[in-house]
Design a protein around this ligand. Sequence first.
Ligand code: MN
Length: 668
Amino acid sequence: MEDSISKFEKKLSKYRPTKKARIMKAVEWAQLKHGDQKRASGEPFFIHPLKVAEFLVDLGMDQETIIAALLHDVLEDTATSETEMRKEFGREVVNLVDGVTKISLVKAKSKSIQETETMRKMLMAMTKDIRVIIIKLSDKLHNMQTLQYLPEEKKKRIAKECIEIYVPLADRLGISGLKTDLEDLALKHLKPDVYEQLSGTINLAHNENLAYLKKIEKTILKAAKNEGIEIEVTTRAKHIYSVYLKMKKRKKAVDEINDLLGIRILCNTTNECYTLLGLVHRIWPPIANRFKDYIAMPKSNHYQSLHTTVMGFDGRILEVQIRTYAMHYTAEYGVAAHWIYKENTDSSKIEELAIINKLKRWNEQHVPQAEFWEDVKTELLKDSIYVFTPKGHIVEMAKDATPIDFAYHIHTEVGNRCIGAKADGSIIPLNTPLKNTQVVEILTSNRGKPNINWLRFARTQKAKTKIRQWLNKNTEDLIIEKNIIAKSKPLHEEPEKDKTDQASKSEKKDLTNIVKHVVDSSKVSFKIGDEKNMMISLANCCKPTTGDSIIGYVSRGRGIIVHRTDCPNLKNINEFKERSVIVEWEAVSPTASRRFEVTSKITNDLFSEIEGSIRKFGGHLIEGKLEENDKGNLKGNFTMEMTKGVDYKQILKSIRTIPSVINIRPLS
Ligand code: MN
């Protein structure tokens, strides 16, 4: 213990004497407060906050953060009051400790609610003072380093949570040192044998290649000197988790991964980066499609660098990163960089970070709790891409975003009237993930309107909310709530008929009747054609989970209750058949999509005729676009979706019989 404290004290030499004294006072105070509490390892408890503070000293954080780290478990684990702490260390420290304590104190009925709430608290705390999260991440790092003392099952759960939450968070905050440490530690506990094998192989490869890398380094140093550029070259062993991801992605064993070698070149100016890139490519031929310019297109966590992969000496593959010292600093420390010298704190820069802005927007939109967690995982913690509008404006989107997300990002009305999309000039299906730097154009029409399936294409919270809103408001026989879509169609009906068909009108009436019961008997109301407010809930008996085959029951007074189709209780429910409605999972597509190409003579009605043919046989037209070709015909691609059992051939046949159609060809 004394050893650890004196080691810690030595590291404080970079702080001014008064600051150092205050930090050491906190060491003493916290040690006293924790008394003889012990960790699972049997060590004195105070080792933990001391280590957490030490990481932050290594990061060079300001004194308030260091002190808060030393005290971070005092409020939760000892009988000390906030007032007492405030008297000793001031309001700023107490606020930080309070932020960290609140995150860990979230206790809820179920594990998943607890996780969600913890995450929400953490993210919200971050928008107030990002240092809370930096402390929390260091806390996590030490806990991960001492995980071996915990029981197997707990170990795995914590490691998994680390990969799912803390690693992406560190990444989005741009603290890459912390991120890679957490990743490697998580892998070590999740897949111990993989970890052992990889770390052995990687270290061996690195050591065996030291001479080779030295030669590479010399060559670059010489070439740069000839150009009058001062540089620093580092050769590094890859970190274990990144190699693991490569193996998984390429489905290869570690000895089949041939790009384990990497070098990094640091220089002074951006111009020099590009000059150096040219030099490297002149010495060793670049490998196609492996060049990335994160200087012109920084990642949303502000990471900047040039990445290229070249064929080095002896035909060996070599990864090269080129960046300035300043870029390197941002890459290593991310948001923490802004706190390193308190005097230099520039909070406006922190707010520019995309993750913070997104959080603030979400907070204003009041995202329902149930959706929050999913959205955090699918949207917030993912990397971003940048695409362009046809006018050249740059738009940042989540990595898997589709044209639907883009359309709603531009404007709600653009989304609501979208009928198709083009990327770099060619039509793409609305469910295609957009790629970095594409020019995206949304085709709109006054006849365009949102389709239920769009909920499955949309990745962003904004687009999903807008689509749900539109559908709930404008579709009489549809209710969407909590990831479930309820339709008023009776079960086992024939494929949907034409709009003019009398049958469908009477079906709607049926629902009106059923629904009236509900209005009469409770506060739940469902006004057709106006505003609807029908609750959807999951049955307690069979507890359906996403992806299960489900059916809805319009209860008296308790809204629509969703059961699994194989729930044994269904046969005992009164009037089940009469009061059942179709429900499906918003996130799971029950349908298959098909694409085809149509060539036709020029005509005005083709679009609606094709749509009619598809509808007649139970499919849904998702999107389509016709353009005049150089032969004076119309030509275009269409995408349709259909449930299982729908006869695709029949649909194609029906379209072929439209008089103006010259040719139709299935595409996929
Ligand atoms: Mn802790």
